[in-house]
Design a protein around this ligand. Structure first.
Ligand code: 9PG
Length: 488
């Protein structure tokens, strides 16, 4: 049915099943909704599916985000989004209108996409029907109104400030050992971190979540050591992916998510080969994930960074047929419940919408790196989902409107100049973004820091500047202005 929406002075016509007028916009009903817009070749807010997926304003005259080779698509974005010819985003999309106004169309359900061309703005939901919020006005106002609607639909998890985290990844990568981490713990004393998070490198394999030979005393001893240093033990796991080299892959082929031909669904390509998704609706997988999470909790880790979560929401044939984001959300909810109210869940590589209201924190951009950009991947492959400070900054900046819903983690910041190609002009904006996003973390090894750098880190951890947004990319932190636009 056709309806007219009045957005003074605009009247827009929309195809939907039903329309409800609201003080801050309209609610549309229907699996498919279509609006005609008068903005022509304007810019589109393209919202990527999971943490690392490209999220930015794009020009409708330019081609849509180019997909990576098929085996790497899931780690970039929803493969179904990347296969589309139109400018498409996950859950929400927006167009720049006249005089700095923005027209936003956002789903209030999971498993939804928004796409646009020079004449239409469209919503499509995989499911029987759908609910959508549409608003036109000042950018900050319409995104805030949408965030409030999402909070009502999915719940918000913001109960306390995000913890200050030391994370092993961006300093040591997989080269962590028990002895190195014990030494780092000693050197961190005097800095006001709250969480010491052990990242990738402790486990036998993706799928075999037991300590490897670099942790001879075991994970329980490590957690005890961290707690004795006055910090909360944190641990990285990727519970829904498995590598072919893992014992799990050989022991339980029936647990893999499979496509219509019966082949395992690849979740990406890393660590020198493909890795596969587990079917989180399979009772065997559910029992196994429960055991793995319980083991981490029993070891004493009460902060879990769960990664590559999108794998549980990839297209595939499931043991229990259900929409794929709903399948992932149910699995994450089971984990969240098991963790109890005192433990912290940081979701990474996570489908954004399906994680809201479940996890306390979520990575909202791709990985930072001790360099600004990987020219080859960004320029030649046109992939902005890869590691690099610029990619991380860009995507995270475009997701800050999620702040009322969840702790928004823009990834770690740097203070070290050792083993780091970033200039001060690149490091300072990352630090500012951490204050703006409200999530502070670093991977700098204390022994790498000069006395001056260590004191900058100490100040960063203790500061909580008042943040005022002055424009899309302009923020005021206690009177200091940061304009991120030239960096994008
Ligand atoms: C550990 C890391 C860190 C990091 C996470 C995640 O192949 N990939 O496309 C790919 C993307 C991101 C990535 C690793 C691989 O990083 O974001 O913080 O925990 O895993 O392996």
């Amino acid at each position: 049915m056709a309806f007219e929406l009045a957005f003074e002075p605009l009247i827009l016509s929309v195809e939907a099943e039903a329309v409800e007028t609201q003080p801050d916009g309209y609610i549309l009903h229907g699996a498919d909704v279509q609006l005609r817009h008068p903005f022509g070749a304007t810019r589109f807010y393209r919202h990527g599916w999971q943490s690392w997926s490209p999220t930015l304003w794009v020009d409708l005259r330019q081609p849509p985000v180019a997909p990576l080779p098929v085996e790497r698509r899931p780690q970039m974005d929803d493969p179904a989004l990347l296969a589309r010819a139109q400018h498409s985003g996950s859950g929400v999309g927006a167009l720049e209108g006249a005089g700095g106004q923005v027209l936003l169309l956002g789903a209030l359900d999971l498993d939804a996409i928004v796409w646009a061309d020079t004449q239409t703005l469209n919503g499509h939901r995989r499911g029987e029907s759908g609910r959508w919020f549409i608003a036109y006005g000042d950018e900050e106002t319409v995104f805030a109104a949408y965030a409030a609607r999402l909070s009502a639909a999915f719940g918000a998890q913001v109960r306390r400030a995000a913890p200050r985290v030391w994370c092993s990844w961006y300093g040591l990568y997989t080269r962590i050992t028990q002895d190195i981490l014990y030494a780092v713990l000693d050197d961190l004393s005097g800095l006001s971190f709250e969480v010491f998070q052990v990242d990738d490198g402790w486990q036998l394999d993706m799928g075999d979540w037991e300590a490897n030979a670099k942790f001879p005393a075991g994970m329980e001893a490590l957690a005890r050591h961290i707690r004795a240093a006055g910090l909360t033990p944190g641990l990285w796991m990727a519970p829904f992916i498995v590598r072919p080299s893992a014992a799990l892959y050989r022991d339980h082929p029936e647990w893999l998510l499979r496509d219509a031909d019966g082949d395992p669904v690849p979740a990406g390509h890393n660590w020198g080969g493909p890795y596969y998704a587990l079917d989180s609706t399979h009772p065997g997988v559910q029992a196994w994930v429960h055991e793995r999470i319980q083991q981490a909790l029993d070891w004493g880790f009460t902060y879990l960074k769960l990664d590559f979560l999108y794998a549980a929401a990839l297209p595939g044939v499931r043991h229990t047929p259900m929409p794929r984001e709903a399948a992932y959300r149910a699995a994450l909810q089971a984990i969240r419940k098991q963790m109890g109210p005192e433990s912290y869940l940081l979701a990474c590589g996570a489908p954004i919408f399906a994680t809201l209201g479940v996890a306390e924190g979520m990575r909202i951009g791709p990985d930072v790196a001790p360099y600004w950009d990987n020219e080859e991947r960004s320029r030649l492959l046109h992939d902005t989902s890869g590691p690099g400070a610029q990619n991380a900054l860009r995507t995270s900046l475009h997701r800050l409107w999620l702040k009322p819903l969840i702790h928004t983690d823009p990834d770690v910041v740097y203070f070290r100049t050792r083993f780091n190609l970033l200039s001060p002009e690149e490091m300072t904006p990352l630090q500012a973004l951490a204050h703006i996003a409200g999530f502070k973390a670093t991977s700098d090894l204390p022994q790498w820091l000069s006395a001056e750098e260590r004191s900058q880190l100490a100040q960063f951890l203790e500061a909580s500047p008042t943040v005022t947004r002055r424009g899309r990319y302009v923020y005021d932190l206690d009177g200091a202005m940061f304009d991120f636009e030239p960096l994008l």
